[in-house]
Design a protein around this ligand. Structure first.
Ligand code: UD1
Ligand code: CA
Length: 478
């Protein structure tokens, strides 16, 4: 059974203490709407897969819902459903809405497996930044008699459903396109997120009609019906307005990305990091930092990165899934991919540390040096223009400019081992598998194909000849 076909698997075992009330097993379930086409994105990719901070919009929503340990998450998909299923690895139950007949119709497709006493939280796959605490506040107000509805006041409510109140109580929601001119002046809007009991939801959804301007089954029509049935609707407000910002266009996506990055930059500074310009850092994953870290402009962090105390990062560095220990300086324009850099080292400028690079403390890796799957011992230096791959360097090794470990024979990769205190002269090729033993010196310009014994000078250079009485050719006169 492939993952995508599998039924929902609960991430967290039943917590009977909190859900077994009055002998009724109750559960929290999320229904995430993600069937829409996203026409305004002008993209072959479904809207919910477009990335914010390096992660699909829908994955943001699912990560947040998972923080609340729900008993189930159902995602309603339709447009390019297969692409969405392939890209999303969260343990969710998929529901197909083959025709997009409105938000109410979409939720109806996602009701399978939901019990009457379950609390259902309905949210949208294109609203990525709603906080878990906001979802929780909605769940907290919801009971058999009360629906929780996320609303907020907007200076410009254009496009949103408006909240209708009588004597202060919510009595319904009217869509922009169906609103009277009086209703259009209402500035309290429907953010779209609802918490409601499963049984109530199923009943109300069976009664909504599509006799409106858009000919759609509106989820928002459940509220008026609910009030008529004697239920009440309690408004919950988000902590920040951007929590409810949806993405409909690439311009909105870019704006939300900036807002999100600004928020992350502020968090970093609050944690003791100096940013040369908080508007010029991008965090596309998780960045853990020590104290007194200084980060210059235009740095990008991907995946999970861990930066120790007193680390300085120069401008234009791309750091992906890497760790940098205390007191190390990364100079301008370095690229680190799944690398571990030890303490008190200097890396760059223009160094590329590829996966499997692991350096000990006090190391120096200079400009135009590429390393891959390589251990660099304490105090060792690779200062200029080198490729060191599939290698193990002891401590205090000096690798001269232009050194290449020839690790690949066209079919297989081989290892180069260099002992403590060895010195590799400039422009040397070390043809792996090969060992340079400790204390050995390789003369500049050598091609080393056999192991070099300890403490010797090895060189494969052709002897220099000096030709006497030789003169340079001169140009023929025309
Ligand atoms: C909806 C609300 C509106 C609210 C706004 C907040 C309704 C009728 N209106 O309007 O009151 O102010 O959100 O952003 O609910 N979707 C489906 N299947 C469908 C239709 C939509 O899955 O058949 C999904 C879309 O992919 C999207 C979400 O539901 O993620 C919202 O749909 P959208 O058409 O954007 O609703 P709005 O007109 O914005
Ligand atoms: Ca929308």
């Amino acid at each position: 059974m492939s993952f995508n076909q599998s039924r929902f698997v609960s991430a967290i075992p039943w917590d009977n203490a909190s859900f077994l009330r009055q002998g009724i097993l109750m559960a929290t379930r999320f229904v995430v709407l993600a069937a829409g086409k996203g026409t305004r994105m002008k993209s072959a990719m479904p809207k919910v897969l477009h990335a914010l901070a390096g992660k699909p919009l829908l994955a943001h929503v699912l990560d947040t819902t998972q923080q609340l340990n729900p008993q189930g998450i159902t995602v309603v998909i339709g447009h390019e459903a297969d692409q969405v299923k392939q890209a999303i690895k969260h343990p969710v139950q998929w529901a197909l809405q083959s025709e997009q007949l409105g938000t109410g119709h979409a939720v109806r497709q996602g009701l399978e497996g939901i019990d009457d006493h379950d609390t259902v939280l309905i949210t949208y796959g294109d609203v990525p930044l709603t906080c878990a605490s906001t979802y929780q506040a909605l769940l907290d107000v919801c009971d058999e008699k009360t629906i929780g509805l996320l609303t907020l006041m907007m200076d410009d409510p254009t496009g949103y459903g408006r909240i209708l109140r009588e004597a202060g109580a919510i009595v319904g929601v009217v869509e922009q396109k169906d609103a009277t001119s009086d209703q259009l002046t209402i500035s309290e809007v429907n953010a779209g997120v609802v918490a409601i009991k499963g049984g109530t939801l199923r009943d109300l959804l069976s009664r909504i009609k599509n006799d409106n301007v858009q000919g759609e089954y509106y989820l928002t029509d459940i509220h008026e019906l609910a009030v008529r049935d004697g239920l009440s609707i309690t408004a919950v407000h988000p902590g920040d307005a951007w929590e409810v910002d949806g993405v409909n266009s690439r311009a909105q996506l870019a704006r939300l990305e900036r807002l999100h990055q600004e928020h992350l930059a502020t968090q970093l500074m609050n944690n003791g990091v100096t940013l040369s310009d908080p508007a010029r850092i991008d965090i596309r994953g998780q960045l853990d930092t020590g104290t007194d870290v200084v980060i210059d402009v235009n740095c990008i962090f991907e995946g999970h990165c861990v930066i120790g105390n007193n680390v300085q990062i120069g401008p234009n560095c791309l750091i992906s899934g890497s760790r940098i220990a205390d007191g190390t300086r990364l100079l301008a324009n370095c690229v680190l991919e799944s690398a571990e850099v030890g303490s008190d080292s200097v890396i760059g400028p223009f160094a590329r540390l590829r996966p499997g690079t692991h350096t000990h403390s006090g190391v120096r890796i200079g400009n135009f040096v590429e390393t891959k799957n390589t251990l660099v011992g304490e105090g060792s230096k690779i200062n200029h223009l080198s490729y060191v791959g599939d290698a193990q360097l002891g401590s205090n090794v000096n690798v001269g400019a232009g050194t290449i470990t020839c690790n690949y024979d066209g079919a297989n990769k081989h290892k180069t081992t260099i002992g403590d205190g060895a010195f590799i002269g400039s422009n040397s090729a070390l043809v792996a598998p090969v060992t340079v033993s400790k204390g050995a010196t390789v003369g500049a310009g050598s091609t080393i194909t056999r192991s070099v014994p300890a403490d010797r000078l090895s060189l494969t250079r052709a002897k220099q000849t000096d030709i006497e009485n030789w003169s340079r050719p001169v140009k023929k006169s025309s």
